[in-house]
Design a protein around this ligand. Structure first.
Ligand SMILES: NC(=O)c1ccc[n+]([C@@H]2O[C@H](COP(=O)([O-])OP(=O)(O)OC[C@H]3O[C@@H](n4cnc5c(N)ncnc54)[C@H](O)[C@@H]3O)[C@@H](O)[C@H]2O)c1
Length: 272
């Protein structure tokens, strides 16, 4: 019988917390732009009894993503895909954020949509930041949801953005919209696809934001969160585990916000 495979793209803090929940007893393929990240995580997981393979992959490169799909399908039937490969506003330019977080995610979903097994599930980690964006026009909304992957980076309202935070917000909004649009096709294969929009989760990526150019903005947000603290990768994994499991079988095309109330505070704190 073919083995069940879980693929993690971006072997960082949130992704690893998720696969620890969903890859027990399965074959786990860890991918990362920095192969050493994947290898380091693999060592720890192997010590914990996981069956782990590693591969270098740049999600913003079609050839690299095709190689990931080929490697994954060679290991067995794909039951889970988790995309946590991302760069944040303090880590990269607007262009690089669009390449990795917007185009890369669309590329990955395209490539895997053809090989996901019946009953499988995919997930991308979006961001609460996308919920702070003003409303997009209907055309922009449709464009993010439906534009063929290779044309995404050429959309005029994407090309004109130079600010890395705006790029991050648009890219993550794109993730949530893409998931909604893709859910229809994926349903025809008996597969599900969802997005989690995470708030401030204590990871190396969030720490760069909390100490980067916009540190005052992020520290204020953290201090004022309705739940009174930042989140942990395990708290994202709690929700991801539900979505990816049989218990989440009715969830598809969804964008779930888990942000300690950051979005509620941003839009509806009338005391400000
Ligand atoms: N930590 C937070 O507060 C937070 C909040 C909202 C959303 N997110 C999102 O969650 C995801 C995971 O973030 P994290 O906090 O676990 O960060 P992390 O830095 O621990 O993990 C991200 C991983 O992605 C890898 N990566 C970067 N570019 C890549 C590429 N082109 N191809 C393949 N891999 C690549 C990095 O090497 C890193 O290992 C990101 O998409 C991030 O935007 C994080």
């Amino acid at each position: 019988m073919s083995k069940e495979v879980i693929v993690l793209s971006g072997s960082g803090a949130i992704g690893i917390a998720i696969v620890r929940r969903i890859a027990v007893g399965k074959v786990l393929l860890l991918a990362d732009l920095k192969f050493e990240n994947a290898e380091k995580q693999a060592q720890e997981l192997r010590n914990a009894g996981f069956n782990v393979h590693t591969i270098a992959c740049d999600v913003s490169n079609r050839e690299s993503v095709n190689k990931l799909v080929e490697t994954a399908t060679g290991l067995g039937k794909i039951m889970g895909l988790v995309n946590t490969a991302g760069v944040s506003p303090s880590q990269a330019s607007a262009q690089r954020i669009f390449e990795v977080d917007l185009y890369g995610n669309a590329l990955l979903f395209d490539a895997f949509s053809r090989v996901m097994a019946k009953g499988s599930s995919a997930l991308v980690i979006g961001s609460q930041s996308s919920h702070r964006l003003d409303s997009l026009t209907l055309e922009q909304t449709k464009a993010l949801a439906l534009t063929p992957t290779e044309e995404l980076l050429h959309l005029p309202f994407i090309k004109e953005v130079n600010d890395s935070l705006k790029a991050y917000q648009l890219a993550k909004r794109g993730n949530a919209l893409r998931v909604q649009a893709e859910a229809v096709n994926w349903g025809r294969r008996g597969a599900r696809i969802n997005c989690i929009s995470a708030g401030i989760i204590h990871t190396p990526l969030a720490n760069e934001e909390l100490n980067g150019d916009r540190k005052d903005f992020y520290r204020k947000m953290l201090k004022e969160l309705p739940v009174g603290r930042g989140g942990s990768p395990d708290e994202i994994a709690n929700l991801a585990e539900l979505i990816m499991s049989e218990k989440g079988a009715y969830i598809t095309g969804s964008d779930m916000l888990i942000d300690g109330g950051a979005t509620a505070k941003f839009w509806w704190d009338l005391t400000n």
